[in-house]
Design a protein. Structure first.
Length: 428
C-alpha cells in the first residue's frame, strides 16, 4: 500500500513504514492515495474476524501474507461490536466491549500487532496524548510488550477519575504524565517531541495517536460490522452519526465508504468545541480556545485528522454532501441522555452528542446509527447525576478504582517532558 505525506507529497512510504514512523516530515500525516474497491455483498455475509482480515488484506496485503493479517486481527478483535436497537430504526453501535471499554481498543490493539510486525530496532518509545480513552487503550494494548516503553500525557483534572485509573495504575513499561494544561497543549507537546529529530532518533519514538494510520484502518472494520447487522434492503438508507474530537473515527467511516460500503451519509457530531461545524458552514478554519464539556474526550478544537478528511474530498472518493457537521451544546447533551434513558437505553455524554446530532439530521425514510464510543460506567458520576439512577461498575473498572495512580505531575512545557523522556532512557 502506497501512502503519501499530506504535507510533503514527495515523501511516499509503505504501510509498515508509516506504522513505524507515525508522522512524516514536517509533521505531515501519511495517507493512502488509492482505495481498493470491495465486494460488499460477499463481505457483509462473513463473521467479524474473517471479514476484517479480508478488508485489511485488500489494503496492505502486498506487504504481509494473509495468514499474518488473520493472526493480527484474531489477537486484536477479541470482542464484539453489537448494533443495539434503541427504538424503531434508531440504533447504537456499541464499540465499548473491549478491555478498556471504549472504541479506541480496536485501533490500539491492532496497532500493537502492526507495530510488532513493523518494529526493526529493538526498542520503541511510544509517546501519546490522551483526552481520556486513548491512554487506557494504548496502555493496555502495549502493557508488558517487550521492547516497548509507553509515555502517556493527559490534561490533569480534565478526564474522569475512572478513565485515569485505567491507565495510571499499571506501572512497569507504562509512564503517565498529568500535564498542567488542556488536551490541545498535551497534543502540542507530543508534536514538539516529534519535531526534535535528535530525541526521536535517540529513543526511537513513535506515537500511538490516531495519527498512526494503523489505528484508523482498524476502525474501518467496525463500520462494515455495523452494516452487516442491518437488513440488506435497508443498508443504502443508513446514516452514521459519530461523536468527534480528533476526527479519526469520522475518517475511518469515510474510508469505508470510499471502499464501497453502501451507506448513505455521515454526521460528524461535536460538542461546543465546534471548529469543524463552523468551518463546514462558513469555510473559515478558526479554532477557539478549548472548553471543558461533559464529553471530555471530544474537547479538542484543532482536530489532527482533519487533513485526511480534506484529502478524501480532494481524491474525489467522498463528496461534500456525504458529510454533515453538527455541534451539540451541554444542555442538549444532557437532554439526549434523558431521552435515551426514557427509551430504556442508558448511555453517556459522547454517544448522546451523536444521538442529538442524528435526531436533528435524520429524515423519515432513513436508518440512524449513532456510535457508542464508551461504556456509560466510565462516566459513572456524570451519568448518575444526570439520570438519577445508579450505574454498576464492570469488573475492570471495579478492580482499578481502588488502586493508586502512579502519574507524575508536569508543567505544559517541553523541557519538563524532555527531562522525563531522558530519565526513561537512562533506566532502560
Ligand atoms: C476519542 C473519543 C472520541 C473522539 O473520537 P475521534 O476519533 O478523536 O474523533 C469520542 N468518544 C470517546 C468516548 C472517545 O474516547
Amino acid at each position: 500500500m502506497q501512502l503519501v505525506n499530506l504535507k510533503v507529497p514527495e515523501e511516499q512510504v509503505q504501510f509498515l513504514e508509516a506504522v513505524r514512523t507515525g508522522l512524516g516530515q514536517q509533521q505531515g500525516l501519511f495517507f493512502p492515495t488509492h482505495w481498493p474497491q470491495l465486494d460488499c455483498d460477499t463481505l457483509l455475509a462473513l463473521p467479524l474476524v474473517e471479514r476484517s482480515t479480508r478488508i485489511m488484506h485488500a489494503l496492505f496485503g502486498d506487504e504481509l501474507p494473509l495468514t499474518q493479517i488473520q493472526q493480527m486481527i484474531d489477537q486484536a478483535f477479541t470482542f464484539p461490536a453489537p448494533l443495539q436497537r434503541v427504538k424503531g430504526e434508531l440504533y447504537c453501535l456499541e464499540l465499548f466491549h473491549g478491555p478498556t471499554l471504549a472504541f479506541k481498543d480496536f485501533g490500539a490493539r491492532f496497532m500493537a500487532q502492526a507495530l510488532a510486525k513493523a518494529q526493526q530496532q529493538e526498542r520503541v518509545t511510544i509517546v501519546t496524548a490522551t483526552s481520556g480513552d486513548t491512554g487506557a487503550a494504548v496502555a493496555q494494548a502495549f502493557y508488558r510488550q517487550p521492547g516497548v516503553q509507553v509515555v502517556i500525557l493527559y490534561p490533569k483534572g480534565k478526564i474522569s477519575s475512572l478513565q485515569e485509573k485505567l491507565f495510571s495504575t499499571l506501572g512497569e513499561n507504562i509512564t503517565t504524565l498529568a500535564v498542567d494544561g488542556d488536551f490541545d497543549q498535551c497534543q502540542a507537546l507530543v508534536k514538539q517531541v516529534f519535531d526534535n529529530q535528535a530525541l526521536v532518533k535517540q529513543l526511537n519514538i513513535n506515537s500511538a495517536n490516531s495519527i498512526n494510520i494503523s489505528r484508523l484502518l482498524a476502525q474501518v472494520c467496525y463500520y462494515f460490522e455495523a452494516m452487516a447487522q442491518v437488513p440488506a434492503e435497508r443498508r443504502k438508507d443508513v446514516v452514521f452519526a459519530v461523536p468527534s474530537g480528533n476526527f479519526g473515527n469520522v475518517t475511518a467511516g469515510l474510508i469505508a465508504k470510499a471502499m464501497g460500503l453502501p451507506f448513505k451519509r455521515m454526521v460528524a457530531a461535536t460538542n461546543i468545541n465546534d471548529t469543524v461545524p463552523r468551518y463546514w458552514r462558513d469555510g473559515a478554519w478558526q479554532p477557539n480556545l478549548t472548553q471543558a464539556t461533559l464529553s471530555n474526550a471530544m474537547d479538542i478544537s484543532s482536530p489532527n485528522n482533519w487533513p485526511r478528511v480534506e484529502a478524501l474530498l480532494q481524491q474525489g472518493v467522498i463528496s461534500r454532501a456525504e458529510l454533515e457537521a453538527v455541534a451539540v451544546d451541554e444542555d442538549d447533551t444532557q437532554l439526549g441522555m434523558r431521552q435515551l434513558a426514557a427509551d430504556g437505553y442508558v448511555s453517556e455524554p459522547h454517544a448522546a452528542v451523536a444521538y442529538k446530532a442524528l435526531k436533528r439530521s435524520l429524515q423519515p425514510d432513513e436508518v440512524g446509527i449513532f456510535l457508542g464510543t464508551a461504556h456509560p460506567a466510565k462516566f459513572k458520576e456524570q451519568v448518575e447525576n444526570i439520570l438519577g439512577c445508579p450505574i454498576a461498575l464492570p469488573p475492570v473498572l471495579a478492580k482499578c478504582q481502588g488502586e493508586t495512580s502512579l502519574s507524575i505531575d508536569i508543567a505544559a512545557d517541553f523541557s519538563a517532558l524532555a527531562q522525563v523522556l531522558q530519565t526513561l532512557d537512562s533506566h532502560a
